[in-house]
Design a binder for this molecule. Structure first.
Ligand code: ZN
Length: 182
């Protein structure tokens, strides 16, 4: 089922998301719905707060980046109760966008590498280093679980420039092609 995507301005995007009970029977269906919603909106990542659920889970499919980065090994999966325990390597700028902030694309500087622990959709625990574009997507989605959006990482000047665009989204003036809710 395709879920409506919450847009900038909705308070759920500002909450710190809650840990998930891994035994929750509804989790599997919810993750399936999140993937379907992400593909419908042509995203590479989607976090639960973006569909109005303040829960610590996000889904990722990096396959579209295979075209830009031929060496990239595409990854598809869910990250449940993730914790980024370290960020290291180089500072890398990259133009990010977000399904909750339609039509805004800005360079965000993030670390090239992360260390993360999480459970996948099968309930298996992972403790690993991730780098490159996948580390980028994960850091973006992880921000959503912490009540942050990618524009929070920009300079004060950039934020001022974007203020009107962000206000337009918050006041319902921006209508992307996918199903949304304010
Ligand atoms: Zn986002």
């Amino acid at each position: 089922m395709i879920l409506p995507i919450v847009l900038y301005g909705n308070p759920v995007l500002r909450k710190t998301a809650a840990e998930i009970d891994l035994k929750d029977e509804s989790l599997k269906t919810f993750i399936t719905d999140m993937f379907e919603t992400m593909y419908h909106a042509e995203g590479v990542g989607l976090a639960a707060p973006q569909v109005g659920k303040s829960m610590r889970v996000f889904v990722v499919d990096s396959a579209p980046y295979k075209e830009i980065y031929p060496d990239h090994e595409p990854f598809k999966g869910a990250f449940i109760n993730p914790t980024i325990t370290d960020r290291f390597g180089e500072d890398v700028p990259f133009a990010e966008g977000c399904l909750s902030l339609p039509k805004i694309n800005e360079d965000v500087i993030r670390k090239s590498d992360i260390h993360i622990t999480y459970y996948d959709e099968k309930g298996e625990y992972h403790d690993c280093d991730i780098n490159g574009i996948l580390a980028r997507i994960i850091q973006h989605e992880y921000d959503h679980l912490e009540g942050k959006v990618f524009t929070d990482n920009l300079s004060q000047i950039k934020k001022m420039v974007l203020k009107r665009q962000l206000n337009d989204i918050a006041s319902g003036k921006v209508h992307p092609a996918y199903k949304t809710k304010k």
